[in-house]
Write a protein of this length. Structure first.
Length: 120
């Protein structure tokens, strides 16, 4: 089970922490729209065939609001939803997230509480 979860986390990190070239390719191929103060960047075939990745970005300061992906790990469907928080000092950091592993009937909940406490 540990190997399965480690592999799923590794796939997730490929969306959360794209290389500079990967990010450029993503934005070049993605559809970009705006509704109110939120810019949505949605693409597919980002890191794997038939995957989906969406970023929601604040239009004013271009801070990331959230990231969502659907992909596969070891042939099984996985999905992730990750939320960010912008602090009073202007810094935006990861806040909370959920990694869904339906083939193993698991949801991993992630929270960045220790780092957040240092920023306040």
């Amino acid at each position: 089970m540990k190997t399965y979860v480690d592999d799923a986390v590794k796939v997730s990190m490929g969306y959360l922490y794209m290389s500079k070239g990967g990010m450029v390719n993503y934005f070049d191929a993605a559809g970009i729209s705006q509704s109110g103060n939120t810019i949505t960047v949605a693409g597919s075939n980002v890191n794997q065939a038939n995957d989906q990745f969406t970023m929601n970005i604040a239009s004013g300061n271009l801070a990331i609001i959230s990231q969502n992906f659907k992909s596969t790990s070891d042939g099984d469907a996985i999905a992730g939803n990750f939320n960010y928080k912008t602090y009073d000092n202007g810094l935006t950091a990861f806040d909370t997230g959920e990694l869904d592993l339906p083939a193993k009937n698991m949801k991993l909940m992630i929270s960045n509480t220790n780092y957040a406490k240092k920023l306040q």
